[in-house]
Write a protein that binds this ligand. Structure first.
Ligand code: HEC
Ligand code: HEC
Ligand code: HEC
Ligand code: HEC
Ligand code: HEC
Length: 385
């Protein structure tokens, strides 16, 4: 009896310590710049609403590019929706995925006993459903109280404009793409460390910024009928674009076939990404496959390696290992096989948005309905022996 009581006491004690001081409902620390949504009280003169559709009437091409991007889908993205549900629709996610206050149904005025799980809310009279669907809409980056911020400041626009140096630096991306680690989170790097990876790497030294690669320059009018200028395309291609991912990498496969022994060396170089490959979302990873396939189609030998982050999420976050490829770094994978004529060796590299297991869990438990493609081949070679 006494023993059971003592046991229960210890368990309750551990539980209280864990839930009060260690457990966090989110996997990062809240930093002051994204702690609050962006408040826009005055819509710039000459603009009817904050909706990107209003900008489209003059900035058609930019609008069409933006509409293809994950920024435009940051709220409707089925993976975001499923993960958000998994995290009990906690408010903080919205400050980056729908950063304007007018995109939020409720305004947060405080927290019960400082607990971020228990926000005190008030209905938002300026909430717009349509605007929420636009995710990271034009106004999130361009509109502040009554003016449109931009990289020029001296354009002939029908709306007030103001030059902001942020547009030609990584600062505009850092708010959302550099996410810090919190207490009791044992990451090797921050949960999302893209800006830090970039600033410590070779492209920052060359004068690149995120926009150099993610908003490539073209010469064209920025608005219908306006003069030709150097404009940044609003594309932000990343892991959902096989072409972009392939552009970031260089593959080479050395083959040595000697006295019945096959030696393969696959080299993967991060030749074109300004940060680690992959970066950002810790779910992303790459697998490298060597498979020997007989004439009958049987798999005779198989080897697989992964490039990514290995994180234990519960009960506390511990990043055990990470081997992502730094800018300009090359990784080598060696495969040996006893040659038997007629077999084939298939070498493949596959990019994954997330594991099949994680995707199935989102389907089963968190309402993910769409059958989104979460993996694709980025390299393949078949060697016939
Ligand atoms: C995630 C932030 C972000 C969003 C969202 C965004 N822009 Fe931009 N915009 C930028 C940056 C950064 C530049 C500067 C690009 C450059 O010149 O390198 C820019 C530049 C511009 C320019 C000046 C031309 C140029 O490229 O320099 C116009 C016009 C513009 N954006 C309109 C829009 C419109 C319209 C939308 C919505 C359909 C939009 N932007 C959405 C970040 C954003
Ligand atoms: C009625 C047409 C019209 C609408 C609507 C409009 N713009 Fe513009 N915008 C222009 C023109 C014209 C320019 C200047 C073009 C030039 O001089 O090359 C401009 C310039 C800009 C610039 C560059 C400012 C600078 O000086 O760096 C940005 C950024 C911009 N617009 C964003 C937006 C956004 C965001 C919206 C929607 C909220 C929007 N615009 C709505 C016509 C419009
Ligand atoms: C207001 C927050 C915010 C800002 C500012 C922002 N981003 Fe994003 N970005 C996001 C979010 C959120 C996503 C992911 C949306 C999703 O997949 O649901 C994203 C996605 C992306 C992707 C696609 C990633 C992928 O998964 O393939 C790229 C590339 C990107 N952003 C680059 C940039 C660059 C470059 C800048 C600065 C010019 C920038 N972003 C500014 C929040 C932001
Ligand atoms: C030298 C070009 C270059 C620069 C500079 C660069 N990127 Fe990238 N980025 C890429 C390439 C190529 C990819 C696709 C390969 C990959 O997935 O890493 C990519 C992918 C991404 C992704 C998708 C995540 C992933 O890895 O699957 C995000 C998010 C992103 N970049 C954000 C940024 C931000 C933010 C900056 C600035 C701090 C930046 N990038 C600077 C080239 C660049
Ligand atoms: C500080 C800004 C920020 C906050 C807060 C934030 N995110 Fe994100 N989120 C991002 C950025 C930036 C990306 C793009 C990351 C990348 O690919 O590198 C992203 C990507 C994602 C993705 C991947 C989407 C895809 O299609 O691959 C999911 C899922 C996601 N976020 C869910 C959440 C949830 C749930 C929360 C709240 C617990 C949250 N985010 C809070 C900035 C943020």
């Amino acid at each position: 009896m006494k023993k059971t009581f003592l046991f229960l006491l210890v368990i309750s004690f551990i539980y209280i310590i864990y839930s009060k001081y260690i457990y966090s409902p989110i996997i990062f620390k809240i930093r002051s710049d994204f702690e609050k949504p962006i408040v826009i009280k005055n819509i710039p003169k000459g603009i009817e609403s904050l909706s990107s559709k209003g900008c489209a009437s003059c900035h058609q091409e930019i609008y069409e590019e933006w509409a293809t991007s994950m920024h435009a889908k940051a709220y409707i993205d089925p993976l975001f929706q499923a993960y958000w549900r998994k995290d009990n629709n906690i408010w903080i996610c919205l400050n980056c995925h729908t950063p304007l206050q007018n995109q939020h149904e409720f305004i947060i005025t405080g927290f019960e006993k400082g607990d971020i799980k228990k926000p005190i809310t008030q209905k938002n009279e300026d909430f717009s459903h349509e605007l929420r669907e636009e995710g990271i809409t034009c106004a999130a980056c361009h509109v502040r109280d009554g003016v449109i911020l931009g990289p020029f400041g001296n354009t002939d626009a029908p709306h007030p404009t103001r030059y902001d140096p942020m547009f030609k630096s990584t600062a505009i991306c850092d708010r959302c793409h550099q996410v810090p680690s919190g207490k009791s989170m044992l990451y090797i790097a921050n949960p999302c460390n893209t800006s830090e990876e970039f600033h410590g790497g070779p492209y920052a030294v060359k004068g690149y910024i995120c926009q150099t690669c993610h908003m490539p320059e073209v010469e064209r009018p920025m608005a219908t009928g306006s003069p030709i200028r150097k404009i940044g395309q609003h594309l932000w291609k990343g892991g959902y674009s096989p072409d972009m991912v392939k552009r970031g990498l260089m593959f080479s496969l050395d083959k040595k076939i000697n006295n019945g022994m096959v030696d393969l060396i696959l080299k993967i170089k991060n030749s074109g990404a300004g940060h680690k490959f992959p970066t950002g979302d810790p779910d992303r990873y790459i697998t490298v496959h060597f498979d020997v396939i007989s004439k009958k189609g049987e798999v005779l030998k198989s080897e697989q390696s992964s490039i990514g982050r290995w994180i234990i999420w519960k009960p506390i976050i511990v990043e055990v290992y990470e081997n992502r490829i730094k800018p300009h770094e090359t990784k080598e994978y060696i495969f040996n096989y006893n040659n038997s004529a007629g077999d084939e060796i298939r070498v493949q590299v596959v990019y994954h948005i997330m594991t099949e297991r994680a995707k199935n869990k989102l389907k089963k438990k968190y309402g993910l309905k769409e059958d989104i493609i979460t993996e694709y081949k980025i390299f393949e070679d078949v060697i016939s022996l």
